[in-house]
Design a protein around this ligand. Structure first.
Ligand SMILES: [Zn+2]
Ligand SMILES: [Zn+2]
Length: 361
């Protein structure tokens, strides 16, 4: 929903610390949730239209669980396929194309991405991309829409049902989104928000099932519609929560975002999040190609490029190689200093200890 918001309340008390940033995932986090909800309720921070929407989303998803046994094999297969199809609308479209402009795409492909991202509705593409640009610029601050320093639950889901933090509101005024508004597909979709998702999320999949192979209409609404939508949505949210909590940070140790292979499995290649926060302009969102790092979203973009529907793909591997060389030089100088001064304990990593990047597919 375009009005999806975050909270004005102070962050919950953290229970652990990563890279100087406060994060938590503990029993305390779970036991804090009722108290926090009550606090936000009293403070008037809850965004009720969003609450009603997500109650609808989760209620229909649970109803879908009980309908699985009544579905035909075709419908189960269709629900499975709709996971990556709609998920790539977000990863390949809203994220890598519109939020970061990592490549350019033909109108036909942009239209496909717009439709498929609408089947996995997470706000209009315009609002999604604006939120995400703010996230990258103001990561782990009050202006970050899903500020992970406020805890796992807040960064995963809580931010969607609370009003915006004032710093987040101010940040949006500084974000340049003219390129998004100039795209007629993005503009018209935003103008129809939030009416269209009620069709694209629940009823479009049902119509395909019903008219395609005679599935019961409500089975289509509840299984490939509601249940698939709820699952894909939460998988995507893991990038904001789990990938900002767990993972190695080989490219930029100062970033909270980490390389998280498990999140990556569920999100089609969005889990290499330390690389992505270091080089957000890289269309692959990972250092390596699919033979080394699971990344079907990159593969999808490459296939579209081979078909002539995508061009201008940007990569950050040369930037990373230069960074490696620079670090080598610094480490080399440090080693020379260490040779000259045996007492210098801050000489750093030894020369040649930083590996060169592998060949990139
Ligand atoms: Zn992030
Ligand atoms: Zn991003």
């Amino acid at each position: 929903m375009s009005s999806v918001t975050s909270a004005t309340a102070p962050a919950p008390e953290p229970t652990s610390n990563i890279n100087g940033k406060q994060l938590d995932l503990s029993w305390k986090m779970f036991s804090n949730i009722p108290g926090l909800i009550l606090y936000h309720f009293k403070e008037g921070n809850i965004h009720w239209p969003s609450v009603i929407y997500f109650v609808l989303v989760h209620t229909t998803a649970v109803m879908g669980l009980f309908r699985i046994k009544d579905c035909s094999y075709e419908t189960i297969l269709f629900a499975q396929l709709l996971w990556p199809i709609s998920g790539y609308g977000i990863t390949v479209g809203a994220h890598r194309l519109w939020a970061h402009r990592t490549y350019e795409a033909h109108f036909v492909f942009r239209l496909w991405l717009l439709i498929t991202s609408s089947i996995c509705y997470q706000g209009s593409i315009y609002q999604w991309a604006v939120n995400h640009r703010i996230h990258h610029i103001y990561s782990e601050t009050d202006a970050d829409p899903h500020n992970s320093t406020r805890g796992f639950f807040y960064s995963h889901f809580g931010w969607l049902i609370l009003k915006k933090h004032p710093a987040r509101v101010e940040a949006q005024k500084k974000i340049d989104a003219t390129d998004l508004w100039e795209d007629p597909l993005v503009r018209y979709q935003h103008m129809c928000d939030p009416i269209y998702p009620f069709y694209t999320v629940w009823f479009l999949p049902a119509q395909i099932c019903h008219y395609g192979w005679g599935e019961d209409y409500w089975n289509g609404v509840l299984v490939p519609g509601a249940l698939r939508y709820c699952c894909v949505m939460h998988f995507t949210f893991l990038v904001n929560s789990a990938a900002h909590l767990w993972g190695d940070r080989p490219y930029d140790p100062k970033q909270v975002a980490g390389e998280n292979p498990l999140v990556n499995m569920f999100t089609g290649g969005e889990g290499w999040h330390n690389w992505h926060h270091k080089y957000p302009f890289d269309y692959a969102c990972s250092e390596f190609g699919i033979s080394s790092q699971w990344n079907p979203s990159k593969l999808f973009i490459d296939i579209m490029a081979a078909m002539g529907l995508v061009w201008g793909r940007k990569r950050a591997t040369s930037s990373w190689a230069m960074s490696m060389e620079r670090r080598r030089g610094e480490n080399s100088d440090a080693s020379d200093d260490a040779e000259n001064d045996k007492d210098d304990a801050t000489a750093g990593v030894k020369k040649g200890s930083v590996p060169l990047p592998k060949k990139v597919l």
